[in-house]
Design a binder for this molecule. Structure first.
Ligand code: M6R
Length: 377
């Protein structure tokens, strides 16, 4: 019997087993829908608070990990699905803020790069559940090859967390919706603080993130209204194209994934510059093109790519702080420092996917064929 009064018995041998019981600080409020129709909308709306919670990490640990990343000869981030798109955003942040190049390898392909992983490699695993089979498999192999493992996970004491030399937790509470929403945003926030730690600017990052959290909170009601309208206007369309350049390409990819998994509408996320190399052939009258187009270093070029599709009949949904007559629908975001725009674009994408799922008569909490944690290869 342990000090919680719990006894664990092995049913095969009938013998008592000694187990260390850990208490996870998740309250039951976070695991119920409360007044919301779906877990997904509840979790989307929690995000202004999640920004604050995820950004508050142990600064000493952050610095230690930032130094570890900067000193590593080779840094590879590995993840699946939405976590991989968070990793891609992280990759740009490491380069832009920490001036550190790293690569992102999707976990299901990671094993095929085994020969180039050694003791000079630092692997960063990103996973909400901490149990995704493909990620675990890759980590096992990397460990055998002598690599060091850092991870960014939500579920405390999960297998990935236990396998890691250093762990940062998302602090976003249980995510019940199958679609990653708040965990995705929390992963990104961790990449921000880690990248700013590389530049010795954790305090600066925290201050900025607090302000961003307030801006999002103020705008969320308007974003709901706009995305509901756009969902109504586009619900008959069967192919959506999400475009963005630079860091916004990763944001576009996540938007497309959300739409696919919730409404079963085909969607592609791609670097805007790649359109003309093939995909533009698919643009027809009224094809929705979602341009992730904040007023940053990618603005003009993305706008011009959106215009190219418009001239072939596309309807443009612009996610931007800047108005443009290229947009048939405009989801307005608040103006922030350039580097923080990805955070502003994510909630509009999630809401658009949520309302499109409802318009298509799908239950966003129960997408077909999907499991919250993919524990098989
Ligand atoms: O638990 P993980 O973050 O490792 O899960 C990875 C993917 O299975 C997950 O992100 C999946 O793509 C979500 N359903 C996306 O919304």
């Amino acid at each position: 019997m342990n000090n919680m009064g719990i006894e664990i018995i092995d049913l095969k041998t009938d013998k008592k087993k000694e187990k260390i019981i850990k208490i996870i600080e998740w309250d039951d409020k976070t695991a119920t829908k409360n007044e919301h129709e779906h877990f997904m909308i509840k979790e989307i709306l929690e995000q202004p608070e999640i920004i604050k919670k995820a950004s508050l990490q142990d600064n000493e640990k952050l610095m230690k990990m930032a130094i570890g990343i900067l000193r590593s000869k080779q840094v590879i981030i590995t993840a699946c699905g939405s976590s991989r798109y968070a990793a891609l955003i992280g990759r740009y942040l490491f380069s832009k803020i920490g001036e550190k190049f790293c690569d992102v390898v999707m976990s299901s392909e990671f094993g095929y790069f085994g020969e180039s992983i050694d003791k000079n490699t630092l692997i960063i695993a990103v996973s909400q559940s901490g149990e995704t089979a493909d990620v675990l498999e890759g980590l096992k192999q990397a460990k055998e090859n002598g690599a060091e493992i850092y991870s960014i996970v939500n579920v405390a004491d999960s297998t990935i967390a236990r396998m890691s030399d250093e762990v940062l937790y998302l602090n976003c509470g249980p995510e019940i919706g199958i679609a990653a929403t708040k965990s995705f945003l929390a992963q990104i926030i961790i990449f921000y603080v880690l990248a700013f730690a590389m530049d010795n600017k954790i305090e600066y990052a925290n201050k900025k993130l607090m302000k961003i959290s307030d801006l999002i909170k103020n705008d969320i009601a308007d974003t709901i209204k706009t995305t509901k309208k756009i969902a109504k206007a586009t619900k008959e369309q069967r192919d959506f194209f999400y475009i963005g350049r630079g860091i916004n390409f990763a944001v576009a990819s996540e938007g497309a994934l959300k739409l696919k998994e919730l409404s079963y509408i085909h969607a592609e996320g791609m670097p805007a510059g790649e359109l003309k190399h093939g995909t533009i052939a698919l643009i027809e009258d009224k094809s929705p093109v979602v341009a992730i187009n904040p007023n940053d270093y990618t603005y003009l070029e993305t706008l011009s790519n959106a215009e190219e599709t418009k001239s072939r009949g596309a309807q443009i949904i612009g996610i931007s702080d800047k108005e443009s007559n290229v947009y048939d629908h405009h989801i307005k975001i608040a103006k922030v420092d350039e580097i923080f725009y990805p955070i502003m674009c994510i909630i509009p994408e999630q809401l658009l996917a949520y309302y499109l799922a409802l318009e298509c008569g799908k239950n966003p909490d129960r997408p077909r064929n999907l499991a919250k944690s993919v524990t098989v290869k």
